[in-house]
Design a binder for this molecule. Structure first.
Ligand SMILES: [Zn+2]
Length: 1114
């Protein structure tokens, strides 16, 4: 057995990225000798040779001359500097407090964090065990790791007392729904609504960010909510008809008259005190012993292209296909169509989901169209791939959660675990729970209606037995409808509980009553921890940071209670007394970094409004303060400890800016990377942290409601694998700017500026927890993202930000025999920056199916790929990179093999896939070539680790662009099919395959890789594009480093900038743009994303398909 996988082909030389043989494509033909790249178009293909046994060594591929890859930023050792300026022109206090540490008395309680009221039938969260720890518990690392998610140790979310389960009623009991008048198709609530008590209409902050969020692709419901309208309030204070006299019976969450006990369950179980050493109970080892991977699958030596397998348009499908399908060149566009309820068909009330599914699938849906991957080359739809539509009745689908927020890898849930095992596809959810939304209904109510048994929030997929009782769609308990719920704030009428906004919207936000908090909600607290060593000053980041914060100081989310503070550090820790009344900021230096203490604890975190001038003074003087520093040492660990002490009493956000490897005091690290081994190493070492210092500190932070965001700006190795733990376990974010320099790398500077502006001004939630519930029978067992799993299913998020994504894996614990639909609910409880306790609830409903074909038909290949990437990151760390690579390859092999054996009715030759999975092998190959997982190419360790972080916490849409970038030709943009947004015409060029064959030396091509974009200019690019868009007379005049398109007053320039701007507007971060010529240093980065082409160390797409086919036919 071997785990060699593709590694057997690794080149031995460093930096030899592209060593391809002669190429026939028009681009490379015109290459000067020695600059070859691209696919090897060997015409001699014999399918019989595809089973050549030996995996090719490097010598087997005809390696022509190659272009060496210059490292983007080589690691430069810092000059050894030791002296420190004795005085910085500020009042210094080298040891202000000699006697011991100031002791803290937390203001209200030693246990910060609001909590929920008790959940009646929910047991207290079990003690944190290794099984609930992140990453994967060991038992999930069995060789068949991605399918055998037994999850035995995790248990169900709660051992709820479940009433007998009956068949699932339709979403509204027919007797009720028929009796009740239907809501008008489009309700408009532009008229003034009653406001919730104590919530002024203008206090709704941050829910609409039209300048940052993309346009709503999928409105939440047919109801039109006004973004800035006040939340739905309590019933009007005027006397309502007859019911007012009845005191509203409080629902389970309120338990009126009974004060919640100190230990709360429900959503915030354990949001109170954290056992100080709770992490001691868990397995701190990031990397378990390397386990044997699945049986290695060797790659044969395949010819690169068969005759006739050219990049021509889709060949006509075999005549056995439906005529309409043969004509389909845009299958994914059509993919969703067969799932729509046919107009005029039976209404949802008369047709259960499964019946509807059956009738709709009687003729093969597009998702199950058989595709021979070896024949059909042009698989990419012309526009970005949309999410598949679940096979639900229109009525349910209309109410369902937006796929931008909530997505499942299988939009049809298998009835049993054995059926899931057969499909060999991972089951899991991908979430973007705090996404900026342009429409978000907000409800203020003293009674938040939840299931008495499992604490599920009432949602569109519950059933009403009558007007007074509703049945939970997760545990099937029948609950009473509280009196207050009888009033509908939308229609301002009584007796319509099923028309309440909670039952009409799959995404909704509640303003929580006081029962949901233990202490007053914390204020917004921001602490900035800044590296001011020589290295930091050299990069010039401090100036940019201070200026941006000055510019945005009034845009920080918060209110009159907002607090800020600053700590700077090199070999010592510097505090800043910003107490109101001082004439200037006071700098306090603590040099005893081994035993850190706070010199003046009460004046370091100050009210922003009261001390704004002092803060501004400090920001203006900071860059100069350290201008001439020669201090090279970095005591980051001590600075973090100091910052933790400062934030502990209140909780808040810690923003850390670091530019080098910390090399002094606690948490000091050593370089673990040997640049010479990067490309040749068979496996990658040091993906796990070198010390548990940062993880332990992060868990301490998490317990005190502190999240740590890390900005790493460095040209050198910084051991992100170790440093990143500080953010990973405290629910922070990691930002990484390799080779940041204020003069040498303007693109990075712009990138940093845009990111930082977004970071400072975006919405933020404090002291948050998220719980994901699912219908009884399903079980959630592994979480991906940045957080700490506090109990089995409760994620602790000291901060939550709108750009964070999460993923979870699921298994089917009990057969879902009686069920036609299942539901998933994510509830995020947080404190807004304005001090409101809020709960955002998303509910998704999916059909249950009992045939393998239906499972395949519902496969969401993008969600599967996103989840697979998360699993592979864990696997790389806990086992090895080669294990992870093997497992990803096997995922493609096994699912297509299962499809062939069990779901395909008519056997035919070729590598067959259902249309909905036809991109799966391509995406898997893309993952294998992604920076996080690739081998044989010089990839800096920090770059790799950062890519892994991104795959884990980026929302799916953006992670997919990292995995499989979008390529467009942009020198011939026209208005055909263009969008018109705000009177601006946005061209929509078609997405091209990632192959150099698609490039043309006469053209210009934009590659959108999510966080970065490349505009590649062909050597013979049309002069009109050069002059009209780039503003240069000829190709030679294109500057070597260009990252901005000039704003020219030409139609071509406007089109190009509109298109790039439109792409950028759809993501919350700012992708930097690199305009590159053919001989640019960055060209290898562009070319490495040509996933379909062979490289020295990796197969072409066609070779990969042959490998998959060979393994399937074994
Ligand atoms: Zn329930």
């Amino acid at each position: 057995m071997s785990t060699a996988g593709f590694n057997s082909q690794n080149g031995t030389g460093t930096g030899q990225t592209y060593a391809n043989g002669p190429s026939q494509n028009p681009v490379t033909l015109q290459q000067p000798p020695g600059v070859g790249y691209g696919m090897n178009h060997q015409p001699a293909y014999n399918p019989m040779q595809a089973k050549a046994p030996a995996p090719p060594g490097p010598g087997l591929y005809p390696s022509g001359p190659f272009q060496p890859v210059p490292p983007v930023g080589s690691y430069q050792p810092s000059p050894e500097l030791s002296s420190y300026p004795s005085a910085l022109g500020q009042p210094l206090l080298s040891r202000p407090l000699v006697g011991g540490h100031p002791s803290y008395t937390p203001p209200l309680s030693a246990s910060p964090g609001p909590r929920l009221p008790p959940a009646q039938a929910t047991p207290p969260p079990p003690a944190v065990t290794s099984a609930s720890y992140y990453p994967n518990p060991p038992q999930l690392m069995a060789p068949a790791w991605h399918y055998n998610a037994a999850a035995t140790s995790m248990g169900p979310a709660s051992s709820m007392s479940t009433p007998p389960r009956g068949p699932v009623a339709n979403h509204v009991n027919p007797t009720v729904s028929l009796a009740a008048p239907s809501p008008p198709p489009h309700m408009s609530y532009s008229t003034a609504q009653p406001s919730g008590p104590g919530v002024p209409p203008t206090s709704i902050h941050g829910y609409t960010q039209p300048d940052t969020g993309p346009p709503p692709m999928n409105p939440l419901a047919s109801n039109t909510y006004q973004p800035n309208r006040p939340p739905y309030g309590a019933p009007p204070t005027g006397p309502p008809p007859t019911m007012k006299s009845t005191p509203p019976p409080t629902g389970p969450p309120v338990t009126s008259g009974t004060p919640p006990p100190p230990k709360a369950d429900g959503d915030v179980a354990g949001n109170g005190p954290q056992a100080p050493n709770s992490y001691n109970h868990v397995d701190n080892r990031m990397a378990g012993p390397t386990q044997p991977g699945p049986p290695g699958r060797h790659l044969g030596h395949y010819p690169s292209l068969p005759p006739g397998y050219q990049n021509t348009p889709t060949p006509p499908a075999p005549s056995s296909f439906h005529p309409a399908i043969q004509a389909a060149t845009q299958p994914f566009i059509q993919g969703a169509q067969p799932y729509q309820q046919p107009p005029g068909g039976p209404g949802p009330a008369q047709l259960s989901p499964s019946l509807a599914a059956m009738s709709l699938q009687s003729n093969t849906p597009e998702a199950l169209r058989v595709v021979n991957l070896l024949q059909e080359r042009n698989l990419l739809p012309p526009n970005p791939v949309p999410a598949p539509t679940p096979c639900l009745t229109q009525d349910l689908q209309k109410l369902n959660c937006s796929p931008e927020v909530f997505r499942c890898t299988l939009t049809s849930i298998p009835q049993t675990q054995s059926l899931l095992n057969k499909a060999k596809l991972p089951l899991g959810l991908l979430l973007h729970p705090f996404k900026d939304l342009s429409q978000l209904p907000v409800v203020t109510s003293s009674t938040i209606v939840r299931c008495r048994s499992c604490r599920t929030y009432i949602n569109p997929f519950v059933s009403f037995l009558d007007q007074r009782r509703w049945k939970c769609n997760l545990c099937y308990r029948v609950n009473d409808v509280p009196e207050e719920f009888m009033y509908n704030p939308v229609s301002r009428s009584y007796g319509e509980p099923h028309k309440r906004p909670e039952v009409q919207n799959a995404t909704i936000e509640f303003i929580a009553p006081s029962e949901y908090m233990l202490r007053p909600p914390q204020p917004a607290v921001y602490l900035f921890v800044l590296d001011v060593s020589h290295n930091a000053v050299e990069t010039g980041y401090l100036t940019v940071f201070c200026q941006l914060l000055l510019d945005n100081i009034n845009a920080l989310p918060g209110d009159s209670r907002t607090k800020v503070g600053f700590i700077t550090f090199d070999s010592t820790i510097h505090f800043y007394n910003l107490q109101e009344g001082l004439s200037q900021p006071q700098m306090l230096i603590v040099s005893d970094i081994e035993d850190i203490f706070l010199p003046t604890p009460d004046s370091l975190l100050v009210n922003l409004n009261e001390s704004k001038e002092l803060v501004q003074d400090l920001l203006k003087s900071l860059p100069n303060l350290f201008e001439k520093t020669m201090e090279t040492q970095s005591a980051l660990g001590s600075a973090l400890q100091a910052a933790f002490k400062l934030l502990s009493p209140s909780g808040g956000r810690m923003s850390v800016f670091q530019t080098q490897l910390p090399n002094l005091g606690v948490g000091a690290l050593q370089s673990r990377e040997d640049p010479n081994q990067r490309a040749s190493a068979k496996d990658v070492q040091h993906l796990s942290p070198a010390t548990d210092f940062y993880k332990k500190l992060a868990l301490d932070c998490s317990g005190q409601q502190v999240a740590v965001d890390l900005f790493l700006l460095s040209a050198q190795y910084c051991d992100l694998a170790s440093l990143g733990c500080i953010s990973r376990y405290s629910a922070g974010s990691v930002y990484y700017y390799p080779s940041y320099h204020h003069q040498h790398n303007p693109a990075q500077v712009e990138h940093f500026q845009k990111d930082l502006k977004r970071y400072l001004t975006r919405k933020i939630g404090f002291e948050a927890v998220m719980r994901i519930r699912c219908t009884k029978g399903l079980s959630i067992h592994t979480f991906h993202g940045n957080f700490f799993v506090r109990s089995t299913d409760l994620l602790s998020l000291p901060n939550v930000n709108p750009d964070a994504g999460f993923a979870v894996q699921m298994s089917i614990e009990e057969n879902l025999d009686d069920m036609q639909i299942v539901s998933f609910q994510a509830a995020l409880l947080y404190t807004s920056s304005k001090g409101e306790r809020r709960i955002r609830v998303h509910t998704m409903c999916l059909p249950v199916v009992n045939s393998l074909s239906d499972v395949f038909a519902g496969a969401d290949v993008q969600a599967i790929t996103g989840l697979l990437a998360c699993m592979a990151v864990d696997r790389s760390v806990t086992a090895s990179l080669s294990d992870a690579r093997d497992a990803m390859t096997n995922a493609a092999i096994d699912s297509l093999s299962s499809y062939r054996q069990s779901a395909l009715t008519i056997q035919q030759p070729g590598l067959l896939a259902p249309a909905c999975l036809r991109l799966f092998p391509l995406y898997v190959l893309a993952l294998l070539k992604q920076k996080a997982f690739r081998t044989g190419t010089s990839t800096r360790l920090d770059d790799r680790v950062f890519a892994m972080y991104q795959l884990k916490y980026q929302p799916l849409t953006f992670a997919l662009l990292m995995i499989h970038p979008a390529l467009y030709r942009v020198d011939d943009l026209n208005d055909e099919g263009a969008l018109n947004i705000n009177d601006q015409t946005i061209p929509q060029p078609r997405v091209l395959q990632l192959s150099v064959e698609k490039l043309s030396r006469e053209g210009a091509f934009l590659m959108d890789a999510g966080i970065v974009m490349y505009l590649w200019i062909g050597r013979n690019c049309q002069p009109s594009f050069l002059s009209q868009v780039l503003g240069v007379p000829n190709y030679a005049a294109v500057p070597e480093k260009l990252h901005l398109l000039p704003e020219l007053d030409t139609a071509e320039s406007q089109r190009t900038r509109a298109f790039i701007g439109w792409l950028r507007d759809q993501r919350p971060f700012f992708p930097s743009l690199h305009i590159i010529r053919d001989e640019s240093q960055l060209k290898p980065h562009f070319m490495q994303n040509m996933i379909e082409d062979r490289t020295e160390s990796a197969l072409s797409y066609y070779e990969f398909l042959l490998h998959v086919q060979q393994q399937i036919s074994k």
